[in-house]
Design a protein around this ligand. Structure first.
Ligand SMILES: Cc1ncc(COP(=O)(O)O)c(C=O)c1O
Length: 447
């Protein structure tokens, strides 16, 4: 049995399968570099020891030190437009030549233009934003702004959620691997079960009756002074997709109790789910949205807290004050990403390919697949126990078999294969990889 820690958002990096895989795939030069990595980096769960070392990243493909190509369905969820997109590179190169940095006290055109475009596109009546050098930092700003706006400090967030690795973010996050033994965490950060139709703890029994939302209502009533509900609109790590009514009800409840609704869309905004902002599919207006990852074009660290304009009440206090709060290079990359999404019609492509992939996986009829969940090109294949193997064991076997074939993806919660390819992936590459993944699942469930 895996513990909660083993089953959290990343795949396990200390298992025997990993060691076996490395024994057959890692050459001497790469081994030496991996040892050097282990020598100099502080070790931490889920990042060390590393599996392999890279030399290149281009489009949808990574190249390792030995020259092997790996189709990347993982990408830390930041490669919506792939790696090294020519438009993104050109925009960055040009800005690097002319304005490599913009110190505080000054502003610059790329930052203002990116702010204007994101705020105009955000599903809010009127929005303003702050940039930050990473998603976690932007979440921290959201929490501070919620305190400022409401005069309250308590939050409700979801068990098993991930909002970043800093102390404030792990306080609202719900994953054991980040929280265990590191407290005390922020006071007033209460947790509730997420809307997880696949494994509903309220016993909704397959047809979601939104009892989880009733419970949030109950908690809000009992506490009476919740500042904000913080939630990943669609959870990326194991592809949890709440039903359409979830956010309509949550919006009503937040309004009724005077709480803000803060959405974490760091890995899933910018087209992953077929919309620029994932909440668009639900047709409600949140109070704040946090985005990041792909906003930096797959190269630059950049995130944004987008909030209703009327929450512009922090003049007297620093919400972020980050050195890179208006980095022109990162913002130029962000502008290029928005252009590429528009010009290559990636929202439509994400929806179309996501639908086709889901149909293909459902047709594949693998006994080990218990469900396929998707929103655009975010696809989760949940595996179940077979007569001979646990779902977690199957998922690991499939992962390492696919890595041998040159396909990388993430495993969420121990048994969900999470496929998140670039939205502009070549269709030939996509279908080749899916064929291999299905074959690997079938093969693993036969043995
Ligand atoms: C849902 C979610 N929130 C927050 C974060 C933290 O973002 P960052 O790593 O840029 O700090 C992540 C990163 O994986 C994420 O997936």
């Amino acid at each position: 049995m895996q513990s909660d820690i083993d089953r959290s958002e990343g795949d396990v990096n200390l298992g025997s399968r990993r060691a076996d895989w490395q024994a057959t795939h890692i050459d001497t030069a790469t081994r030496a570099l991996l040892d050097e990595d282990a020598r100099w980096f502080l070790h931490q769960s889920m990042s060390t020891p590393c599996l392999n070392a890279l030399e290149g990243a281009q489009g949808s493909w990574l190249t390792d030190l030995a020259g092997r190509r790996i189709l990347d369905f993982h990408g830390n969820s930041l490669h919506q437009v792939g790696y090294g997109h020519p438009k993104v590179m050109a925009a960055m190169r040009q800005t690097l030549e002319t304005l490599p940095f913009s110190p505080r006290r000054y502003t610059n055109r790329p930052a203002i233009e990116l702010a204007r475009r994101l705020c105009t596109a955000a599903p809010m009546d009127e929005a303003k934003l702050l940039f930050a050098p990473g998603g976690t930092a932007a979440i921290g700003m959201a929490l501070k702004l919620a305190r400022l706006v409401t005069g309250r400090f308590k939050t409700l967030s979801m068990w098993d959620a991930f909002h970043g690795a800093s102390l404030d973010a792990i306080s609202i996050g719900g994953e054991a691997v980040f929280r265990k033994g590191i407290g005390p965490l922020l006071p007033g950060t209460e947790h509730v079960p997420p809307c997880d139709p696949a494994q509903c703890v309220f016993g909704c029994g397959g047809t979601c009756a939104l009892r989880c939302v009733d419970y949030i209502d109950y908690c809000m009533r009992k506490e009476g002074d919740i500042a904000a509900v913080v939630v990943e609109t669609i959870r990326c790590t194991d592809v949890q997709i709440p039903p359409l009514d979830y956010y309509r009800r949550l919006r009503q409840i937040c309004d009724r109790h005077g709480a803000l609704l803060i959405l974490d869309e760091i890995p899933i905004a910018l087209g992953r789910t077929g919309h620029l902002f994932a909440i668009e599919r639900y047709g409600i207006e949140p109070d704040m949205i946090v985005i990041g990852k792909g906003l930096g074009g797959g190269s630059m660290p950049l995130a944004a807290l987008i909030a209703r304009s009327r929450f512009d009440v922090g003049q007297h206090i620093s919400l972020g004050h980050y050195t890179h709060e208006k980095n022109p290079l990162a913002c130029a990359a962000g502008l290029a990403v928005l252009d590429v999404i528009e010009e290559e019609q990636l929202l439509q492509r994400s929806r179309r390919l996501g639908g086709e992939v889901t149909a293909y996986l459902e047709d594949a009829r693998c006994e080990a697949i218990s469900s396929v969940r998707s929103a655009g090109l975010l696809v989760g294949i949940e595996l179940k126990d077979t007569a001979t193997r646990s779902a977690q064991d199957l998922a690991e076997a499939v992962l390492y078999r696919c890595l041998s074939d040159g396909i990388s993806f993430k495993v969420g919660q121990g048994n969900v294969l999470v496929l998140a390819p670039p939205l502009n992936i070549d269709e030939e590459d996509l279908w080749w990889a899916l064929g291999r993944i299905v074959d690997a699942v079938k093969e693993a469930s036969r043995t």
